[in-house]
Design a binder for this molecule. Structure first.
Ligand code: GLN
Length: 488
């Protein structure tokens, strides 16, 4: 049962061939077996899962089944879940139990999913390998003995979904945190258009960039999850009311003489990537061409400055968002000699090194002497990048590019913060521009590890992005069934 896709499982649930309780138990057993080794869940919720499953079985039986009834999922531990501890992988929120439900997790409840647990991540979603988690990093099920990283910040969800410890799950993507971990674990990750999925009840990192999205093993599954997550939310002031109709199975966007202009970003041609990534990317582009796509070169002149702009804007917003953790309202409190001393002691003890680093950078770039030189300059670069994408989409319908340069590295690789930041080169520009981007497996590298490439579209073109990703998925044809990956 572990190897079923969500789409397949839904059919079997509806026909009564399997029950939600059986499906849930199969996943809980597997969590029991491999959960500690993979470290993909911070909090497991087996009782809640079985209760959810029983309710789903009941609805399926009496003909009131919901869209995703009985599907076991992992919820990134950044989404507030009522009555269930929500930590953001931080000591600061280690014992925080929300009294409210985030919009996204509520939508999953309304769709009938089964909550298996809260998945691991980088502390406050700041990172690339999920190594900044207070609870230790999750690992990838691929070549398990090598202890490869599962990516970050949504690395708990990718570890769980790739290994069959969940059928799908949620992530958030501020600068690549859905797409990068998916690309190195052979999964499909969607960063939707900014504003398509509500941020309400999701612990804030950089509010103008944070984008909740789905993680799954196939493009259709990801689309199905997105159809449940998307939608206007009055509680989120940046939520969009543009209606996006997502229907699964996604229909082909190429073939039968259909016309589509697919853009390749000229500036990325000069970026050093692995031979494997280069070859697989070129192969998939040739495949799309063989289906009738017209390949055009487009220019996003400032795209290589996106990284620098991101690492000014994201820390700036983070330093402001994280000011709320002061030991007064919620979370950790370390008593000091007076209120200021309490602030200091609480924040010193509650945050890890990377979070502190971001807040120091953020506070510095917002200070009066640096604001114009750094923050305003970064904001200008951001606008130029968004404008360039808009212009590029006059010349092409969709854009494709790599998701990263390499396959997964061992968790204990010794990278400096700047080397980590550089891994986001291919993903951050889409967050700055607010446009949709999907990472889809494009094949296996010579070391038998998966690599991913992105499909990028203009604002609210999420469905076409997914449609093209599905063609790439079919050409790449990698086997990402959990029992295949783990050999068990
Ligand atoms: N790796 C990026 C960072 O550390 C992206 C994180 C994210 O998207 N949440 O900021």
């Amino acid at each position: 049962m572990i190897d079923l896709t969500i789409t397949e499982a839904l059919k079997k649930l509806q026909s009564g061939e399997i029950s939600a309780t059986e499906l849930t138990r199969a996943h809980l057993d597997r969590i029991e077996k491999y959960g500690d080794e993979l470290n993909c869940y911070i909090t497991r919720t087996p009782e809640r899962a079985l209760a959810d499953a029983a309710a789903a079985d009941e609805r399926i039986k009496n003909g009131t089944a919901r869209a995703l009834d009985g599907i076991p999922i992992a919820m990134k531990d950044l989404f507030a879940t009522k009555g269930i501890r929500t930590t953001a992988a931080s000591h600061m929120l280690e014992n925080f139990v929300p009294e409210y439900e985030s919009t996204i997790s509520q939508k999953f409840i309304d769709a009938g999913t089964v909550l298996l647990g809260k998945s691991n991540l980088d502390e406050f979603a700041m990172g690339t390998f999920s190594k900044t988690s207070y609870f230790g990093a999750p690992i990838s099920p691929w070549q398990l003995e090598r202890r490869l990283n599962a990516g970050g910040s949504s690395g708990g969800t990718t570890s769980a979904v790739a290994s069959g410890l969940a059928m799908g799950g949620t992530g958030t993507d501020t600068g690549g945190s859905i797409r990068f971990p998916c690309s190195i674990t052979g999964l499909v990750g969607v960063k939707p258009t900014y504003g398509l999925c509500s941020r309400w009840g999701c612990v804030a990192f950089a509010s103008s960039l944070d984008t909740p999205g789905p993680i799954a093993r196939t493009v259709d599954d990801a689309a199905l999850l997105l159809s449940v997550m998307a939608g206007h939310d009055a509680k989120d002031s940046t939520s969009s009311n543009v209606k996006t109709e997502i229907s699964v199975p996604l229909q082909p966007i190429l073939g039968d003489g259909k016309k589509l202009r697919v853009g390749i970003i000229k500036e990325f041609n000069d970026v050093k990537i692995s031979e494997d990534m280069k070859n697989l990317f070129e192969k998939r582009v040739a495949d799309l061409k063989s289906l009738g796509a017209e390949i055009v070169e487009v220019s996003i002149p400032n795209i290589l400055d996106a990284l620098a702009a991101y690492y000014v804007i994201a820390p700036a917003e983070a330093s402001s968002n994280l000011a709320r953790y002061d030991g007064v309202r919620y979370g950790l409190r370390v008593e000091g000699s007076d209120i200021y001393d309490t602030f200091k002691k609480t924040r010193a003890a509650g945050f890890g090194d990377e979070v502190k680093r971001r807040m120091i950078i953020g506070t510095a770039v917002l200070s009066s002497s640096s604001y114009d030189v750094y923050f305003m300059q970064a904001a200008r670069v951001r606008r130029m990048i968004a404008d360039s994408f808009n212009r590029a989409f006059d010349e092409c319908d969709l854009i494709v590019c790599p998701s990263g340069a390499n396959t997964a590295l061992p968790l204990d690789s010794d990278l400096t913060p700047l080397e980590y930041y550089a891994l986001d080169l291919f993903t951050v520009a889409m967050n700055l521009a607010g446009i949709p981007a999907v990472s889809v497996p494009c094949g296996l590298a010579s070391n038998n590890l998966p690599l991913g490439m992105q499909v990028v579209g203009k604002m609210f073109d999420d469905v076409r992005v997914l449609q093209l990703a599905k063609h790439i998925e079919q050409f790449a044809n990698i086997d990402n069934r959990p029992t295949k990956i783990m050999g068990k």
